[in-house]
Every structure is written in C-alpha cells, then in structure tokens.
Write a protein that binds this ligand. Structure first.
Ligand code: FMN
Length: 468
C-alpha cells in the first residue's frame, strides 16, 4: 500500500458528512481494473444539485481562455463539465446581478474604476457571467480566495446557478500568491482547510452543491500525501491534482509518479479525483485515469488550442481548426463577447502560419474578422453587424494609430503654414527693398532736375573751378 493509502477514511474525526457506500458498477467499465466490481467504496455523498466528477473529462479553469464562449464551445464538443476562470472573491463582493435581456446571460457587474478615475462616463465592467440555459447544469465556479469569510460571501452569490464551487490552490502567478491565494494556500494548509470547511457548511450544504479544490504536487510524495489527506477530511466532493509542482513552468512535462498515491487517498476518503497536466484528448484522459486509478481528467492548453479534443473518436474526434473557429465566433457573437477576448482566443485556435492570422489580430470588429476569414455566410454577417452595433464597434473609433496620424498631419500643416509665412515675408522684404531703391532713385532724379533748373550743380561747380 502507498504512503498515502495508509490514512484510512473511516477514522477521520474531521470528516463532516456521513459517507455513503456504492459499488464500482456505477463507474464506467474503464475503471474496473483499479477496483473490484463487488467492493463497496465510500463516497462523500454528492448533494442533490451537485455533480459527481467521476468518469468525466472536463475543461480546466483558465483566466482569459475560459470565458463564456470558450466554455460553450467545449460543451458543444462534448466536455462533460466546464470550470470557469478563477474569479477573486473580493472582486465579486459588492457586484450587482443582472440578466442581459438579449442573451439571457446572468451578469455580475460593477462600475469601472478606471473610467470613474479619468472623469469619463462610468461604464459597467462584467466581473463574471454565466449562461444559465446552456452551461449551468455543467458549470463549476472557481474562486480565488485566502479568507473563509470572503470566500463564503462571494460563493453565495453564484451558488444557486452552478453545480459546484472549486477553490484555486494551484495558481503560481504573483497576483494570486501575493494575496495568499492560489499556490500560496499549499503552504498554509490549515487556512485552506478552513476555507473549504466554511464553503462546505455555509455554501455547499444550503445550496445542495459540492465543494472541490484544485492543487499542485508538493515537493515530496510524503508532503503531498499529508496535504491530500487533510483536504479530503473537509467534506469536499472532489479534488483535482495538477501534476506539476509550483515552481514548474507549463512547458515542463507533467509528473505522474504521485498520481496513483493521490488517487488512492481520495478513493479511501470517498472524494472524486481528477488528474490534470498534459492531457491532450478525451481518449487519452480516460486511458490515463484508468492507468493511474484516477476518476477522470481535466484538460487546459490542448482544449485552448482546439476545443474539439473533447469529442470522442466515435463522434468524429478532433475537428479542423477552421470548423472550430467558425463555431467559436458564432458562440462569441451570441453572448456579445468582447472582441478583444475573441481575438485572443482566435490567436490560440488558429495556427500562426495561417495567412489570416495577422489579419484577424488587426481586425477591429466582428464584421472585419469574418471578412479576413472569408466567411460569407449571410446569417453570420448579419449577427456580426448586430454584435458590432451592441458592442459599439460599428462607429469609427479613434485608435492610437489614428491619433498619431492626426498629429503627423497637423505637424505637416503647421510646417506648410510656416513655410508659406516665411515666403510671404521674403516677398514683402524684396518688395520693400525695390520700393526703397525706386524711392531713392526718384529722389536723386528730383534733386538733379532741381539742380539743373538752378543753372549749376554744387559739386560740378567746384570741379569746373579746379579744371579752369
Ligand atoms: C491561459 C491559462 C489560464 C489559466 N488559468 C487558471 C485558473 O484561472 N485557475 C486554475 O486553477 N488554473 C489555471 N490555469 C492552469 C490550468 O487550469 C491547468 O492546471 C494547467 O494549464 C495544466 O493543464 P494542461 O497541461 O492541460 O495545460 C491556467 C492555464 C492557462 C494556460
């Protein structure tokens, strides 16, 4: 038995809920090699409105790449569940909840600080949104937090509309860890457990949904084992293990050595376990889960590059990027997704070598995106015009390049004016000189005439006297 499996479930005094027992016949047959079909295994009961992560291949939480249209796309291609991007608790507290009358989406908004500070008309920023019709039944909300009270406050806002709340305890980015959130929670396991316990008791139980956590590997199997054991006693229904340690970069290969041990601990506690890290397709996810005795798999970057990785081979497998891009744009327009986010996602979905790649990045509206991609579908173009109109993309916008161009034009005009002024001055100076010369001449002539009239010339007179 592994180090971790020695921590038996039954003796855990901290366990919050009575366990139910099920036989493995509830699981897909792929898991039968890891569990005898007759052995009863414990389950932390899945609440009535919650969802069991077992047997699932799911979309990972991804800031920016996991916005609403990306989630809808993953669901369209067969993802069993989708995680939302980490949303920090403090950013949700104090938001106003609205229904977008055109899309039917639920939106949590707050006035944009930047615009207020700049004295501009205050716009609403959407902090989080969900499509209750198309995703609610498969949606897990991920929260960024380092405090049980604020976690409960924020999670309570969305709990009635989601199937589960997941705590991010794996993000290594400074914006997360500096506030004690994300991977920093791996160093403060007691705090992490108090957050999970508070969420289970004050959000999960009253709303009848499950609470889960996403963690990374610690440096040693012993440390990971101790942490997973502690977490599994909080009453969570699921745990995702990202098979990298905190200092590891995303391009470094995922480590799978501790997986079986983690799966064993979770199973002994009745907690569903998902594996994450370098999973590239539904089939691979299920095969790896079976190989390591895990309950399911989570996919991030492979799904960011082509969401059809969720589609089984039987249903057509991975689709060409052109098809995926078209589907994605339709979904993005249907939920009025910000054009900037859509272009970012398209930069992930399109190969960089595609001739349209640069054009899409330069496009300023949905209509322009369709034009660059040569999409001539009349209905899509009409939807694009509608989306552009709603998002204010159909009015000429003043960009930085426009301002630069205007400055250059202004400079040119100023220079031309200056040159014209100088030329005018030079001309005037020339004319004045001519006028003065002519005045001099006429003065002299007048004097000569006057002298002639008087019968002698003063100068000439002296000269004549000398000559005589
Ligand atoms: C663009 C991007 C954003 C991410 N945002 C989050 C996040 O909000 N919360 C989280 O727990 N992990 C986040 N992750 C990590 C992924 O969920 C996942 O754990 C990691 O990418 C490993 O999976 P993979 O090997 O399939 O990419 C993010 C990853 C990427 C690429």
């Amino acid at each position: 038995m592994s180090v971790a499996a020695g921590h038996a479930l039954w003796s855990q005094p901290l366990l919050r809920r009575p366990l139910s027992f099920v036989t493995t016949t509830r699981f897909p047959t792929i898991f039968s090699t890891t569990m005898s079909t007759s052995t009863p295994v414990p389950h932390v009961p899945i609440p009535a409105k919650g969802v069991d992560y077992r047997g699932k291949v799911v979309l990972a939480p991804m800031v920016r790449s996991g916005e609403l249209p990306s989630r809808l796309l993953a669901l369209k291609y067969g993802a069993d569940l989708v995680w939302g991007p980490e949303t920090v608790d403090r950013s949700m507290i104090g938001t106003e909840q609205k229904v977008n009358p055109r899309t039917g989406c639920l939106e949590w908004t707050r006035p944009s600080n930047n615009q207020a500070a700049q004295g501009m008309p205050v716009k609403e920023s959407i902090i989080f949104r969900i499509d209750p019709k198309r995703e609610s039944s498969q949606f897990i909300y991920q929260i960024g937090t380092s405090n049980p009270d604020t976690a409960v406050q924020a999670a309570s806002l969305v709990a009635p509309y989601v199937r589960g709340i997941d705590v991010n305890a794996g993000c290594p980015k400074p914006f997360s860890t500096s506030g004690g959130m994300g991977a920093a929670l791996l160093r403060t396991p007691d705090l992490l457990c108090s957050i999970l316990t508070a969420l289970v008791e004050k959000v999960g139980t009253p709303n009848e949904i499950g609470i889960s956590v996403k963690i990374r590997l610690l440096e040693t199997p012993e440390a990971t084992s101790a942490l997973v054991n502690q977490l599994c006693k909080t009453g969570i229904t699921g745990l995702t293990i990202h098979c990298r340690t905190t200092p590891m970069r995303p391009r470094e290969r995922a480590i799978r050595e501790q997986l079986r041990m983690i799966g064993d601990i979770c199973r002994n506690h009745g907690v569903a376990c998902l594996m994450n890290g370098d999973v590239t397709s539904r089939e691979e996810g299920l095969a790896l889960a079976q190989e390591y005795g895990i309950d399911g798999a989570m996919i991030a970057t492979a799904a960011e590059a082509n969401s059809s990785v969720f589609r089984s081979k039987e249903d057509g497998g991975v689709a060409p990027w052109q098809d995926v891009v078209k589907e994605y744009i339709q979904l993005a327009m249907s939920v009025e997704n910000k054009c900037g986010n859509t272009k970012f996602l398209l930069s992930q979905l399109m190969p960089g070598r595609s001739p349209a790649y640069q054009g899409v990045q330069m496009a300023r509206s949905y209509v322009e995106i369709l034009a660059v991609l040569d999409i001539t579908d009349v209905e899509m173009i009409s939807k694009a015009k509608e989306a552009d109109n709603i998002l204010g993309l159909d009015v000429p916008r003043v960009t930085k390049a426009d301002i630069k161009r205007q400055h250059k034009q202004q400079e040119k005009e100023n220079q031309q004016k200056h040159q014209a002024k100088q030329a005018k001055r030079a001309l005037e100076a020339g004319n004045n000189q001519k006028r003065r010369a002519s005045q001099e001449r006429s003065k002299k002539q007048k004097a000569e005439i006057a002298a002639g009239n008087a019968g002698f010339d003063g100068i000439g007179q002296g000269a004549m006297a000398l000559a005589a």
